[in-house]
Design a protein around this ligand. Structure first.
Ligand SMILES: NC(=O)c1ccc[n+]([C@@H]2O[C@H](COP(=O)([O-])OP(=O)(O)OC[C@H]3O[C@@H](n4cnc5c(N)ncnc54)[C@H](O)[C@@H]3O)[C@@H](O)[C@H]2O)c1
Ligand SMILES: [Fe+2]
Length: 448
């Protein structure tokens, strides 16, 4: 036992028994300290990913020029969409570049749920115009498309080559991500979600080398968001925070980010939806989406996203709306969740929830972040409150009721479930479902 490996093994055992000892006084509390209800999960530590710098808060776009200048870039490929060019919003970034005499060319072909074809168009323009950096301007779609363009610019090949975890060999081209929605968190994350047009699936490229160089989150750029976009993107951020909190690889840093994001969203989402010019609400929703992005960027996501990506890729539906419809079903079951017992061997008819059944204590923390002070250690009460709150919020802000309303077809559930099971986001769900269960979750979301 004198060898280096022997000593390392003893240290590992000591650490494990020490952590499990802490937990032995309580079935779930302890591993993440101060009353969070996470169980102990391992001895290999955690990774935490973030851009080295972010500009955030009212007026932060005004500081972007100085930072770009400091990095010494010469010519930008601005990646954006036609909507933002049409309303003149894109001038918020062109003016910054004009002021510091940095040249640019605009690629505005990005559409919601960006595709492999749009990535290729962007790469062609970038090469033709010899751009030495990229600036994405918009919501998650321009940021993701820009990341994929940046990857191909330095690594070559096609974007399908980088689907999955850490497949790139070289850093992507530098990316300044200026965000206009609240939001996907894509402006700070190591995820790029691109639709493969031949397979009709959204590929998840998860790679720390696609993290933007720096991000700008100025709520002034978000006040023009129409109501439906504020709803979809706010529900996306709420989903990020909940999925990150119940993820199997959450840690105290991501916990803190996720719980505070939930608190802000439950306080400021309604005001942001009902009065888009409420700058305080926009500002707080911008912090919330940033915090939720910080949380899932390292803790990853779960089956809401794994399933939502299939709906987005197959029917070209807005990402946040898909999440909003699926969220209560995957996290805390649907009104017909009991029928899951038909497909889960050995389960009684009392099965009421999906993820919540695996990690009920985590819902105590979520219910507290939602503002409930009377939960104590009652996980069932917490699950009930969380479900009621999500449903009430969805009603108040006008989320479509179910997948039927979105035009989804039950005959596609088998294929959608098969693809959802291959999505990288599902790996950290607190519970890995069978294909039959995923189909049933789609059915529940169809009829809820
Ligand atoms: N990479 C990640 O970490 C990550 C995380 C979640 C979602 N996503 C992806 O992000 C995409 C969705 O992004 P999104 O929801 O931000 O929307 P989006 O980027 O698809 O934009 C949707 C529409 O909103 C308009 N818009 C954007 N900002 C506006 C503003 N301030 N005012 C008025 N109109 C505005 C755009 O012109 C566009 O027409 C999906 O493809 C999803 O898969 C990525
Ligand atoms: Fe998302």
């Amino acid at each position: 036992m004198g060898s280096a490996e022997g000593i390392a093994e003893v240290k590992k055992e000591l650490l494990q028994s020490c952590l499990e000892g802490t937990l032995s006084r309580h079935s779930t509390q302890g591993a993440h300290g101060v009353n969070y209800h996470h169980p102990y999960t391992g001895t290999v530590g955690y990774s935490f990913f973030m851009p080295t710098m972010s500009l955030i808060g009212v007026g932060s776009i005004n500081s972007a020029g100085a930072q770009i200048q400091e990095l010494g870039f010469k010519k930008a490929l601005i990646v954006t969409d036609k909507g933002l060019v049409k309303v003149g919003e894109v001038e918020q970034i062109t003016q910054v570049l004009d002021t510091i005499n940095v040249k640019y060319v605009i690629y505005d072909g990005v559409e919601a749920n960006p595709t492999d074809k749009q990535v290729e168009e962007g790469v062609a323009l970038l090469r033709k115009d010899n751009c030495d950096f990229i600036t994405s301007f918009g919501g998650g779609s321009p940021h993701d498309c820009a990341k994929a363009i940046g990857v191909l610019a330095t690594n070559g090949g096609k974007i399908q080559d980088y689907e999955g975890f850490n497949k790139t060999k070289k850093a992507m081209l530098p990316l300044v991500a200026v965000n206009t929605t609240a939001g996907t968190g894509a402006e700070i994350t190591r995820f790029a979600i691109i639709t493969d047009t031949s397979r009709h699936v959204k590929m998840a490229i998860v790679d720390w080398k696609v993290t933007p160089t720096f991000a700008v989150n100025d709520p002034v750029l978000m006040v023009g968001m129409p109501k439906s976009l504020t709803v979809a993107t706010g529900m996306d951020a709420l989903t990020h925070s909940i999925e990150a909190y119940v993820s199997t690889i959450s840690n105290p840093v991501t916990d803190a980010s996720a719980l505070h994001a939930m608190k802000l969203i439950m306080t400021y989402m309604r005001p942001a939806v009902h009065d888009g010019l409420n700058l305080k609400a926009r500002d707080m929703m911008s912090y919330a989406e940033f915090l939720a992005g910080m949380a899932f960027n390292s803790a990853s996501l779960g089956y809401v996203h794994a399933m939502a990506h299939q709906l987005g890729g197959f029917y070209n539906l807005p990402h946040g709306v898909c999440n909003a419809v699926l969220l209560p079903v995957v996290e805390v079951g649907g009104p017909k969740a009991g029928v899951l017992s038909d497909v889960v061997e050995g389960r009684g008819p009392d099965l009421q929830e999906f993820n919540a059944e695996s990690v009920p204590h985590l819902f105590i923390d979520i219910a507290e972040a939602f503002g409930h002070r009377d939960i104590g250690e009652d996980a069932n009460l917490a699950i009930k409150r969380v479900l009621e709150d999500i449903r009430r919020l969805r009603r108040d802000v006008g989320v479509p009721k179910n997948l039927k309303e979105l035009g989804v077809k039950p005959e596609d559930f088998e294929l959608l479930a098969e693809n959802a099971m291959k999505d990288a986001c599902g790996l950290t769900n607190p519970r890995i479902p069978t294909k039959g269960q995923v189909i049933q979750l789609f059915r529940n979301a169809y009829e809820q």
